[in-house]
Design a protein around this ligand. Structure first.
Ligand SMILES: Nc1ncnc2c1ncn2[C@@H]1O[C@H](COP(=O)(O)OP(=O)(O)O)[C@@H](O)[C@H]1O
Ligand SMILES: O=C(O)[C@H](O)[C@@H](O)[C@H](O)[C@H](O)COP(=O)(O)O
Length: 258
């Protein structure tokens, strides 16, 4: 099994349907990952956070860091122990929160499936929802904090699914498709990481052989090109080190794409 566990974070403001979607989605994804677990991120909040939210006081950045770290680590542990995949809910409203989750466990591959519903829809749902600490009075602060990942260059590992006015099973089918697309792109990222790890091991005789590195990497990338978008590959390479290497890879890519 890969040394890089995969975590699918279902994000979005309170009331978008993260928990509802997560519970169903994990059952569908178990067709491929039979032991994958669904974790409810709300369970990882501290008592103080729950108390704050129950009193209608929005969390601030300082309240959230420890929680986000637990989200990152607990989901990583679960994925490592269960077929390499975990699905977890976490509002992950801001870009810096999503990056924090990623940074806390750099060996894990995190994807973010952000669910969006309009304030009008959320107001209706939170007013109706019973037995939850997050009430409709938190709606304004949630939308004030929300930064949807709209830029594919900055967040190639994230997608947005809009749920307004759609039937529950249509939303589920779309999130299922999007998840599979994300998990498919996982193999590329994991392979790139694994190959870089091989290079990083200086005892490996191939470490200093640039031609070997390039041909291996090119093969890897070209083989995946039919479905992965080039911007994603470039941005992964950027994230993953070796700028000199990156240039050569880009040249190779451009050549192959002609
Ligand atoms: N697609 C949907 N259409 C209508 N209502 C939904 C849908 N998904 C969830 N709900 C309802 O909206 C409320 C919030 O859903 P929940 O899954 O708890 O959201 P979150 O985990 O994002 O806070 C619940 O009462 C749930 O039954
Ligand atoms: O189900 C919900 O209503 C939300 O998932 C909610 O419980 C979430 O945990 C909070 O939104 C706390 O975090 P933020 O203030 O960072 O959204």
């Amino acid at each position: 099994m890969s040394t890089h566990p995969t975590v699918l974070v279902i994000g979005g403001t309170a009331g978008t349907g993260k928990s509802t979607i997560g519970e169903s989605l994990v059952n569908l994804l178990r067709l491929k990952y039979p032991n994958a677990q669904f974790l409810e991120g709300d369970r990882l909040h501290s008592k103080q956070n729950i108390e704050k939210m129950s009193n209608g006081i929005p969390l601030c950045d300082e309240d959230r860091w420890d929680w986000l770290e637990r989200i990152s680590t607990e989901s990583t542990l679960s994925a490592s122990a269960n077929d390499g995949l975990c699905i977890i809910t976490c509002s992950a409203l801001k870009l810096k929160y999503r990056n924090y989750i990623i940074d806390k466990n750099p060996n894990t591959i995190f994807f973010f499936l952000m669910v969006y519903a309009s304030p009008k829809e959320i107001l209706m749902r939170l007013t109706r929802r019973e037995g939850h600490f997050m009430k409709a009075n938190m709606l304004n602060s949630q939308f004030a904090d929300l930064e949807l990942p709209i830029n594919n260059q900055v967040e190639p590992h994230s997608r947005v699914v809009t749920v307004d006015g759609r039937l529950e099973h249509h939303v589920l089918l779309e999130t299922f498709d999007v998840s599979f697309e994300l998990l498919r792109s996982r193999s590329l990222k994991a392979q790139i990481l694994e190959i870089f790890e091989l290079y990083k091991d200086e005892r490996n005789p191939c470490f200093n052989d640039k031609d070997f590195k390039n041909s291996l990497m090119l093969d890897l990338i070209i083989n995946e090109l039919s479905w992965v978008n080039v911007a994603t590959i470039k941005s992964e390479l950027h994230n993953l080190v070796m700028n000199d290497f990156l240039e050569e890879i880009q040249e190779g890519l451009e050549y192959k794409l002609r």
